[in-house]
Design a protein around this ligand. Sequence first.
Ligand code: DHB
Length: 398
Amino acid sequence: MGEHAQIIRTQVGIVGGGPAGLMLSHLLAKSGIENIVVEKRDHETIKNTHRAGILEAGSVRMLTDSDVNGRVLTHGMEHEGIDLRFNGVSHRLNFTELVGATVTLYPQNEVFVDLAAARARDGGDVRYSVSDTEILDLTTDTPKIRFTGADGQAFEIHCEILVGADGSQGICKWAIPAEHRTDNFIEYPFAWFGILTEAPKSSDELIYANSPHGFALISQRSDTVQRMYFQADPDEDASKWSEEQIWDELQKRVDGPDGFQLKRGPIFEQMILKFRSYVCEPMRYGNLFLAGDAGHTVPPTGAKGLNLALADVKVLFEAIDSYYATKSKDLLDGYSEKALRRVWKAQNFSYWMTNMLHTRKDANPFEVKRALGELDTVAGSRYGQQYLAESYTGWPHS
Ligand code: DHB
């Protein structure tokens, strides 16, 4: 294959054209650093992959300050807080008032669409629908990406820095030899049943609900489309549920003396999302650097996945930019440690939110009531609320 491959030279080779890879490509290009992105999926598939929808203020700033486009400001919905609901009672956490920060509801696929459009507008080299991707020579000065282009032509990218932004199912982290990598991993006995429905909003902002029947999250997409989730078994078959069963299950989990009723409508997507927590340490091997889900996965509770990916990209961009400006590798050498500090904070937050809000199938009454004591501790004091609010809205970027 090598003999027939067309060789392309660039400074930074990026595997993965999701939000992390595209944001990095965009920032590098603005700084005059050449780069190429390869992505195995096609544009339409990524655009239609529904993920989380909450952006920290720092993530919004990355999109607006770098001239991606203004859609996150015109189409995103700024949220000042959330409701924590337990024992059938809602407790409002006002982030603006607690920590002077907000979050923005703006779905991940819209972030992808904006970044892909910005790369196309600025003449970026992003190759979708590639196959047979391999990375090699990672500890040399010329790491390489081999792949077959959408047209069947074999290519080899010769770069100086190789970035693995290829998500949790990607190939890059597995290219780090096992003896140079620690896989930190836990599974949860939980999954989410996620739906998209054509219905009016049931609530203006998000409701995170703990109930004897399990967790539910009431989120939104627009005035006419809503996103909701409820805790389910990881091996549940989503296609077996009727619309009525789904609505009844969601309603049970938000029932309370206030008589809160979800506004129902036709469901046009229903799927199971499995959970896990994973961190690859370090997030670097030779001239390979991992960013986003390629290096770590969080459970969805608290919506940290995309935000963490963008925070990695910020640190990595600054390191690569400094390398090309000064020829010093100091910031590149510090990348993994710096990124991992935020990663472990986010792992802790996601784990904490998940365990506090979900109910184990085999939980005994002590555990159920202990979790309610924890929710009461958080919701019942300004300090508790601030702890959650600070983590949810995102620790300051470096
Ligand atoms: C959404 C998903 C999350 O995991 C979360 O914590 C908040 C919102 C969403 O899809 O809207």
